[in-house]
Design a binder for this molecule. Structure first.
Ligand code: NAP
Length: 256
């Protein structure tokens, strides 16, 4: 009965204010987890937390993961308000940049790598004491990668695809390092989900059709697809996976 339960677990979701992070937050709150979301813009995070608190438990914290001071503040808040114990860390916050090859700017590397890779690494290491203190072992780290880090994308997002390949490798490296401490580290590589990040592609009718035709299951990802995989990885059912990258993409990578 409890194989897929996450009830009562404390879960921090970075970038939980909208898009894929919001889908995960809604699923986790519905499943009875104690959820903390963080993002740079506090208003959107607070509004979502207020809405989700009507049916469960959701707290909002403000943090820019490219700032060491904000990471310190976020970790201190987890210590102060949540007993310094964290069962699940979902590293979801991410940034993308697209530009033609010869015009690709340095700031397009700095922004994407500092958010997707350095920020993820620094937050994870800063939260290790809280993950080590989790009551329900193993504690879980779930990194949101991308199919763009598994196969060559059709958009010119060079720093993004490289950052997501880095997330997948970092997942394996951290998994190997932390396995002996009963902390699992896995990645999910989403395919196409309609969010602010993919709006420019999916709002264009011809591109939308082209993308959808390339998805073997014939549809874009839905909230239950991503929330379900995160819940699985966070529950007893997912306790024996570590170092894995799971594509949640309707078959784009697996059937390609
Ligand atoms: N959508 C897709 O189809 C797709 C596919 C593959 C992978 N992904 C990955 O899934 C994750 C979520 O993407 P999404 O599509 O949901 O994007 P999104 O709609 O742009 O949402 C990004 C979230 O991250 C937060 N964020 C961005 N930069 C941040 C920073 N420096 N510090 C803290 N929070 C930050 C944003 O809030 P603020 O702006 O308020 O900070 C927002 O909550 C990303 O890692 C992305 O690469 C998405």
């Amino acid at each position: 009965m409890n194989l897929f339960s996450v009830s009562g677990k404390t879960v921090l979701i970075t970038g939980g204010s909208r898009g894929i992070g919001e889908m995960i937050a809604r699923g986790m709150v519905d499943a009875g987890a104690r959820v903390i979301i963080c993002a740079r813009k506090p208003d959107a995070a607070r509004a979502l937390a207020a809405e989700l608190s009507q049916t469960g438990e959701c707290h909002a914290l403000q943090a820019d993961l490219t700032s060491c001071e904000d990471i310190e503040r976020l970790v201190a808040a987890v210590g102060e308000h949540f007993g310094g114990k964290l069962d699940v860390l979902v590293n979801n916050a991410g940034a993308a940049w697209g530009s033609p090859l010869e015009d690709f700017p340095t700031k397009g590397w700095e922004k994407v790598l500092s958010t997707n890779v350095t920020g993820l690494f620094e937050l994870t290491t800063a939260l290790l004491p809280a993950l080590r203190a989790a009551e329900d072992r193993p504690a879980r780290v779930i990194n949101i990668g991308s199919i763009d880090g598994l196969r060559v994308p059709f958009t010119e997002n060079y720093s993004y695809s490289a950052s997501k390949a880095a997330v997948h490798m970092l997942t394996r490296h951290l998994a190997q390092r932390l396995a002996g401490e009963a902390i699992t580290v896995n990645a999910i590589a989403p395919g196409f989900f309609l969010t602010e990040m993919t709006k420019f592609m999916l709002d264009d009718p011809s591109m939308n059709e082209m993308i959808q035709n390339g998805i073997p299951l014939g549809r874009f990802g839905q909230p239950a697809d991503i929330a379900g995989t995160v819940i699985f990885l966070s529950s007893t059912a997912g306790a024996y996976l570590t170092g894995a990258t799971i594509p949640v993409d309707g078959g784009v990578v697996g059937c390609g």
